[in-house]
Design a protein around this ligand. Structure first.
Ligand code: V47
Length: 344
């Protein structure tokens, strides 16, 4: 299939539902057959103290969530120790923008984890956090990215991308990393030979054109660097935040958006159905709409569960495997670089 232009994609979004699914499924099959990847990971959110106020966020300490916390390194290490004993291969560490914790608190945690568990992949610091650390401690992006590598960070998660359209972005998260800065940070990371992911927060005040524009900006960077492993559309969770979106996006629109992601992002190898924000059931159905990755067992999740998602305690490994199998796909446990560890 030829590469989609913006106008092609807008037209395609409106196609008959199952015809669109079939196109996305054909692309998925050509890349991954019936394999669905997942990993055994642990999410850690070490602080919820944030100097920024994103309207969609229910996680950071605020009027709606007055319970501030910042973990000591010992606490973080204890979590990693227990998760390691259960066999996880990755920690996914995303924090808020805590102006008093100190640069050493951020980097020191990675150093200690790497020293104690060199086999665990550390996926940490979104571009929003990198931008915050650079501004707060008067460093360049290059300096922060090099520090991350020296401290043992292996890859970057895709958070903070939200929606790149500047008008929407200004409305939902003014003051945080801009779209151009987000892209610049990932470009610099990729130029260091490192991989990252990229997200899109949808189902709030944005429209289809904003989503396609978001995907196209990602596609352009991927053409240049090839550094993105995975695209992750995040379904906006409505509770406990200041965005005040009354109506939840429909399942039909979520699945269409998954399919469009697979078709527009022809150069990003993996499309993740993040069960935390879509529900497990819709993530399973997303496999028929182009998705080939289901993230992981997660164990504990604080950002989306604060906004209403049913994800606080993750899912059991065996249950995860069985769910993928029962939906007619082949569960493949992967490492963080998408090397296959076990076909179940
Ligand atoms: O950037 C915040 C989102 C993201 C809400 O790289 C919300 O593998 C929905 O980046 N409703 C952080 N979403 C999570 C993230 C992530 C998740 C899973 C996998 C990966 C990966 C990365 O959470 C933020 C923001 O877009 N978020 N509030 C909300 N109310």
């Amino acid at each position: 299939m030829k590469r989609l232009s913006f106008d092609d994609a807008m037209k395609m979004y409106d196609m008959e539902f199952f015809d669109l699914a079939e196109l996305a499924d054909a692309k998925r099959k050509s890349l991954h057959g019936k394999k669905t990847y997942f990993n055994s990971n642990r999410h850690i959110n070490p602080t919820n103290v944030c100097k920024d106020v994103c309207k969609f966020c229910a996680y950071s300490a605020s009027r709606k969530n007055p319970h501030q916390y910042t973990m000591e390194h010992e606490e973080i290490l204890e979590i990693v120790k227990n998760a390691h004993a259960r066999g996880i291969t990755e920690v996914h560490i995303v924090s808020a923008h805590n102006p008093t914790a100190g640069l050493d608190w951020y980097m020191g945690a990675f150093k200690k984890i790497k020293a104690a568990y060199p086999d665990i992949h550390i996926k940490a610091l979104t571009a929003a956090e990198v931008n915050f650390l650079a501004q707060q401690y008067d460093k360049s992006y290059d300096e922060i990215l090099d520090m991350m590598i020296d401290s043992g960070v292996d890859s970057m998660p895709g958070g903070g991308a939200e929606i790149f359209d500047e008008k929407v972005r200004d409305y939902i998260c003014k003051g945080k990393v801009t779209s151009d800065q987000w892209i610049e940070i990932h470009k610099k990371w990729h130029q260091r030979g490192k991989k990252s992911n990229v997200t899109m927060l949808f189902g709030h005040v944005e429209n289809r054109a904003h989503r396609i524009d978001h995907m196209m900006r990602i596609r352009d960077l991927q053409d240049e660097t090839g550094g993105f492993n995975c695209f992750i559309p995040l379904v906006y969770q409505t509770e406990n935040n200041f965005l005040n979106v009354k109506e939840h996006i429909t399942a039909n629109e979520i699945l269409r958006t998954m399919a469009m992601s697979r078709l527009v992002l022809d150069n990003v190898p993996n499309l993740k159905a993040y069960w935390v924000t879509s529900t497990v059931n819709l993530a399973l159905i997303s496999q028929e709409f182009g998705a080939n990755d289901m993230d992981g067992t997660i164990e504990k999740e604080s950002i989306n569960s604060a906004a209403g998602a049913n994800s606080a305690n993750g899912v059991q490994f065996d249950e995860f495997v069985q769910l993928i199998k029962n939906s007619g796909f082949t569960p493949v446990e992967r490492d963080s670089s998408y090397n296959e560890l076990k076909v179940w």
